[in-house]
Design a protein around this ligand. Structure first.
Ligand code: 6PG
Length: 239
């Protein structure tokens, strides 16, 4: 199903959602490695992708050609409970024994926001564009760490910024729209009834990226996938 914005797939449950996402990533990875000899992917954080990363740990992807990045990171140490890197490290990198030189995380231990961001921009300069950017959706329609009414929403040149998020009372590190929208494939993975309102708002309400940041995701020359389970999709009008 498409709604003009994107290709929407509704899977019966979270397990099928995970399987579909894994299959899609495996297909894109095989094509990217065949075409360009490298598969740069930006992982998303939060809890939804955990089962996907666990599933990918048994994927036949030729991992030696994969460059891993993170679409956003919390302002915590890399071994912190809330670290997006830590979650991926536990579920994917360690099980696959990924060479650390191909894992490009936000170096939050620098404790100097400008240095963290500059370091990440340098890491991003190593690739031309992402083959896949994975994204989640918050119940406030945020994605990555692009939260409603925050400064990062206005960034239209830099690819990576630090973003003050007053509604959380914390700083976040995040890709900007230019980084996300330059990808060949952007893939939202959204699961659970708690996200149904946000999914419906993003797809059915007028475009207002300050209120609904996920609406600003629109790859200029790429595909946009919304992979939803039936619970997350339950308020979408059937078209
Ligand atoms: C983060 C994510 C964020 C996440 C959504 C959904 O760092 O938290 O990048 O954008 O994808 O908040 O999170 P859940 O999957 O935990 O619902």
């Amino acid at each position: 199903m498409t709604d003009g914005m994107s290709h929407i797939e509704v899977l019966e449950d979270a397990a099928r959602l995970t399987e579909r996402a894994a299959e899609l990533i495996e297909a894109i990875a095989a094509d990217s490695i065949k075409q360009r000899g490298v598969f740069p992917i930006a992982l998303s954080g939060g809890s939804t992708p955990r089962s996907l990363y666990e599933r990918l740990a048994s994927s036949p992807i030729d991992w030696q050609f994969v460059e891993f990045y993170f679409g956003d990171e919390r302002n915590v140490p890399p071994n912190g409970e809330r670290s997006n890197f830590r979650m991926a490290d536990e579920t994917l990198f360690r099980p696959l024994n990924i060479d650390p030189s191909r894992i490009h995380r936000w170096m939050t231990e620098f404790n100097d926001q400008a240095k963290v961001v500059e370091n990440y921009r340098q890491a991003l300069s190593k690739i031309e564009r992402f083959d896949v950017v994975l994204l989640g959706l918050g119940d406030d329609c945020h994605t990555a760490s692009l939260f409603p009414n925050t400064a990062a929403l206005n960034e239209d040149e830099k690819l990576a910024v630090v973003n003050d998020v007053p509604q959380l009372g914390e700083l976040r590190y995040t890709f900007t729209y230019p980084a996300i929208n330059s990808a060949r494939n952007v893939m939202f993975l959204v699961s659970g009834a708690a996200k149904a309102e946000a999914v419906a708002e993003v797809h059915q309400q007028e475009i207002d990226i300050r209120q609904r940041p996920a609406q600003g995701v629109s790859p200029a020359d790429g595909k946009l996938y919304w992979l939803l389970d039936s619970s997350a999709a339950k308020l979408l009008r059937k078209t």
